[in-house]
Design a protein around this ligand. Structure first.
Ligand SMILES: CC(C)(COP(=O)(O)OP(=O)(O)OC[C@H]1O[C@@H](n2cnc3c(N)ncnc32)[C@H](O)[C@@H]1OP(=O)(O)O)[C@@H](O)C(=O)NCCC(=O)NCCS
Length: 197
């Protein structure tokens, strides 16, 4: 299986936006996100990556089909809910590059594509010369959550292996509709950081 991982051009984002939205919805249906996704919301969300000149979507291709995607952009171009904990703790926002999400179809996992997503986003972030930190956040779910599969393996060890440290003091809330819920509810998101200088 030969997989190519590379940054999408703006034209490609526009052409692929509906398949990227579908991919995100498919992957985020699983625990711990258990997200009842909407294409309309996802397409709107992905357009943010066209509006920020330093944003990037890194895609994994099998032949010419996108089977995974990871997102990143400067924290300054993110929503206030993402910026808030950094503002409150006195970080200089212009030195922080934020990694949105990584999603990969199940059958392609465990082959190094997740690591390539980190590497490509980090290379992109560091190419500007302005950023001292790369960061992302992860949802915090109770260990006894009823939809947690018995064989669920948290990604913490993977993130640590990529040089990221969990910062429980940096947290925020995102709202989305869980599967089997009627309305959106708030989810606690905790940040992880890698320092570059
Ligand atoms: C996150 C994700 C993109 C990782 O992709 P991947 O291609 O499987 O990751 P890689 O193969 O590059 O590396 C995973 C490494 O972490 C280890 N690991 C630790 N916990 C893991 C877990 N829960 N799942 C997969 N690998 C895990 C693997 O053993 C592997 O290390 P190794 O190469 O030393 O054996 C993929 O698991 C995914 O799409 N998950 C669902 C969506 C998600 O949770 N995204 C992250 C938050 S937005």
């Amino acid at each position: 299986m030969s997989i190519i991982v590379r940054r999408l051009s703006a034209e490609e984002i526009k052409t692929e936006i509906h398949s990227l939205a579908r991919l995100r919805i498919e992957v985020f249906r699983d625990f711990p996100y258990i997200y009842e996704g909407s294409s309309e919301y996802e397409v709107k969300y992905l357009k943010k990556y066209l509006d920020s000149s330093r944003a990037a979507l890194i895609a994994a291709f099998d032949q010419n089909i996108i089977i995974g995607v990871a997102s990143c952009l400067p924290l300054l171009d993110e929503d206030p809910a993402v910026q808030k904990p950094f503002v409150e703790k006195g970080y200089d926002l212009k030195t922080v590059f934020y990694f949105g999400e990584s999603v990969l179809q199940k059958k392609y996992r465990g082959k190094g594509i997740g690591k390539a997503f980190f590497l490509e986003r980090e290379k992109w972030a560091m190419s500007f010369g302005d950023y001292k930190l790369t960061t992302f956040c992860a949802v915090k779910r109770p260990t006894e959550h009823p939809l947690r599969p018995l064989d669920y393996r948290p990604l913490d060890d993977f993130w640590k292996s990529q040089g990221y440290i969990k910062h429980p003091e940096l947290h925020t809330e995102f709202s989305w509709q869980d599967l089997e819920e009627k309305n959106e509810t708030m989810k606690k998101m905790v940040f992880w950081i890698k320092r570059w200088s």
